[in-house]
Ligand binder design. Structure first.
Ligand code: FES
Ligand SMILES: [Fe+2]
Length: 345
């Protein structure tokens, strides 16, 4: 793989693009973006164990006084914290007459049903059984053995992240009419970046794919057998761009990890988790996309002005909303074609 060099006439870390490439003049990527290559990477991702763990939301959305409501494969769940901050998860329907427990208040770590006052302290009670739950500091996971059907594991596979005390984290969630594999397949097609998201990316080159080094061991940066390595510039404002190298891997069957390995924000990660919600009223599958950005920078002063780092801002700000919408549209389109037998290849 060619060594990383910031694209353009870089004044590191921010570079001014003097001659922006017109959208229709950039190099087509469709020849490199081979459907079979993406399909193979997807297949390998799906074969990875999940231990039946599903991301249900952001850790910080499970607060002392308020529970988090979630749905996984049609199962209604509720997650709250006990008085000592420990997360508790279980069915979201009250065992008495079925009140939606996610709407019930939490008092001193006890969830009190707002219909008739049944109190749950996190232990089994009146037919209500807690589920295994894991708080990784950024995301909340629940284990559903009947849904996953895999051998259960004591904890989910949480990708390595920059030290949380020295980074800034943001979590956003969207919902699409598709299956988790459509979300994963979208992220395993890095070639669409500069074409489909020209407002966010420019100068995108995929410099390493899984089949380029089939025998390679995953290296310290997560590249190797299942890594797509991408050199790309993030557009930050006007003609300013931030060139980075990023590696995409799939640590689990429903997770795609993007780690910035060179350039501004080195070590930062974007984790995309796809959680099946269950069918909508028309019987179509719905999938939640929970994306966690954990950004750090080696530059001095980052701790004080973390939110100001350009890539961080770009990834976290409202500007990412369009990227989000477009990627969900890609996943939904893929599902539509698959479900009607029209997917190419
Ligand atoms: S429905 Fe919850 S206490 Fe009656
Ligand atoms: Fe995308």
């Amino acid at each position: 793989m060619k060594p990383w060099r910031p694209a353009g006439r870089a004044r590191y870390p921010l570079s001014l693009r003097h001659r922006p490439v017109r959208w229709d003049k950039q190099r087509p990527t469709w020849r490199q973006a081979r459907p079979a290559l993406i399909a193979e990477a997807l297949k390998r991702a799906q074969a990875r164990p999940s231990g039946n763990w599903y991301v249900v939301g952001a850790s910080r959305d499970v607060r002392a006084d308020r529970s988090l409501s979630a749905t996984v494969a049609g199962q209604e769940l509720v997650v709250w914290r006990t008085a000592d901050g420990r997360p508790v998860a279980g069915p979201g329907s009250c065992p008495h007459l079925g009140a939606p427990l996610a709407e019930s208040p939490v008092r001193c770590g006890t969830l009190v049903c707002h219909w008739h006052g049944l109190a749950l302290d996190g232990g089994p009670f009146a037919g209500w059984e807690p589920l295994p739950v894991h708080d990784d500091g950024v995301l909340m996971w629940v284990r559903l053995d009947q849904v996953g059907g895999e051998p259960p594991t004591p904890a989910p596979v949480v990708p390595p992240r920059p030290q949380l005390s020295r980074s800034v984290a943001a979590v956003c969630t969207g919902v699409g009419i598709c299956e988790p594999e459509d979300v994963v397949a979208n992220r395993l097609d890095p070639w669409h970046g500069a074409w489909f998201h020209p407002y966010s990316f420019v100068d995108l080159t995929v410099v390493g794919t899984p089949d380029a080094e089939p025998d390679a061991e995953p290296d310290a940066e997560g590249a190797g057998e299942d890594g797509f390595t991408v050199d790309v510039s993030f557009k930050v404002a006007g003609r300013f761009v931030v060139p980075v190298r990023a590696v995409f891997t799939t640590p689990g069957p429903r997770t795609v990890l993007m780690r910035i390995t060179e350039g501004e924000g080195r070590g930062s990660v974007v984790e995309t988790h796809a959680t099946p919600l269950g069918p909508d009223e028309l019987g179509r599958p719905r999938t939640a996309v929970v994306e966690a950005v954990v950004a750090s920078s080696a530059r001095p002063g980052f701790a004080a002005a973390r939110a100001a780092a350009p890539v961080v801002r770009r990834l976290m700000a409202a500007g990412a909303a369009r990227l989000w919408r477009d990627d969900l549209a890609y996943a939904e389109r893929r599902w539509l074609l698959r479900s009607t037998g029209r997917f190419p290849g």
